[in-house]
Ligand binder design. Structure first.
Ligand code: SAH
Ligand code: TRP
Length: 322
């Protein structure tokens, strides 16, 4: 069979967020997706390799252990990974899917061209029976462009990226997936669990300071996107764990007094100690997940967890077929 490689793009939605109101708000924030330009995607890979960031290693361990069961349960002929990054964790699943099928198509969907490139470089070595499709898109706005297929598709959303959405965004995203799923489709979702606060905090405050670099890089990306004048040296990385909400909150905290010229030419004063929220990372309990799946019309079929109960992978089906 011929191997297909393609990059579909140009469908990434126009910026819908209003950067001016996000920055003028008392609780300042920036849209998370701007963390992932070429440099951001490279730095994220480095975060995954740090000693403190247990998420990637743990999730990979679970996938490697239960891969055959995931493939057998889902009967996957196609694997569709959303926010795939470098697709490093997916190799075993693809190999197992290829054991059951003569050819398998893997779709890599990501907003970052660099991530898609890294993904392609990982996957092309696996097997010439693997068809690879690269799709550049925004999973918060572009899921409606996904073409469906007659084959059994396994959707995947790994890395606890679901934790980077608030409850409303998470429900919308999961409902979108549940809506596009057909009867024989499955959905594998990776979630980070509530655990000892110290372990969580360390994962977002690595000793080498890579997470700090990753966080500050968002300023260079929005500078380019909106012609702003942020200087990353005027900010410090600040990742706190909010126990009530079970979430990491990643801020950039101003360390000097400064003025930012907004796209409407207004000048915005930022004072020492002012904080800009760049990302949340929620940690889930059984109860919050149960509610979230229920609200999103998804039914868990299986749950795979590591020995320490740090991280889980849920295999889900769309409720409409029950
Ligand atoms: N799944 C990988 C990467 C997780 S990091 C892993 O588990 O290691 C989150 C990934 O989602 C990045 O590759 C980033 O580029 C992508 N991403 C972030 N926002 C996105 C958006 N709005 N639409 C599509 N992809 C997005
Ligand atoms: N999905 C990842 C997580 O929540 C994204 C991530 C890892 C991240 N490290 C980060 C986001 C540091 C912001 C800052 O763990």
């Amino acid at each position: 069979m011929r191997k297909i490689e393609s990059i579909s793009s140009g469908r990434v939605s126009k910026n819908k967020e209003n950067i001016i109101s996000l920055l003028k708000n008392k609780n300042k924030s920036l849209p998370t997706k701007y963390l992932y330009d070429d440099l951001g995607s490279k730095l994220f890979e480095e975060i995954c390799d740090t000693e403190e960031y247990y998420l990637t290693r743990t999730e990979k361990e679970i996938i490697d252990q239960y891969s055959m069961d995931i493939i057998d349960t889902s009967c996957a002929q196609e694997i569709f990974e959303l926010g795939s990054g470098s697709s490093k964790k997916t190799k075993r699943l693809i190999l197992n899917a290829l054991e059951n099928n003569d050819n398998v198509t893997y779709f890599s969907f990501d907003i970052s061209a660099k991530a898609l490139k890294m993904s392609y470089n990982q996957l092309r070595k696996i097997s010439n029976k693997l068809h690879i499709r690269l799709i550049k898109g925004d999973f918060n706005n572009d899921l409606n462009i996904l073409s469906s297929s007659k084959k059994n598709r396994l959707y995947m959303f790994l890395g606890s990226t679901i934790g980077n959405f608030d409850d409303i965004q998470a429900k919308k995203f999961l409902s979108d997936i549940s809506n596009i799923m057909k009867e024989n489709d499955s959905f594998l979702l990776g979630v980070d669990r509530v655990k000892d606060e110290k372990i969580i905090k360390m994962a977002y405050n690595d000793k080498k300071g890579i997470t700090g670099k990753f966080n500050k890089n968002i300023l260079n990306v929005v500078n380019k996107e909106y012609k702003l004048n942020f200087n990353e040296n005027n900010f410090a990385h600040n990742a706190k764990y909010n126990v009530q909400k079970s979430q990491i909150e990643m801020y950039l905290e101003a360390i000097t007094q400064q003025s930012i010229i907004l796209p409407n030419k207004e000048s915005l004063d930022i004072n020492i100690g002012d904080k800009i929220l760049t990302e949340i990372s929620r940690k889930f309990s059984e109860k919050t997940l149960k509610m979230l799946f229920n609200k999103s019309a998804l039914v868990p079929i299986k749950c795979y967890t590591d020995k320490k109960n740090y991280f889980s992978l849920y295999l889900l089906k769309a409720k409409k077929y029950f």
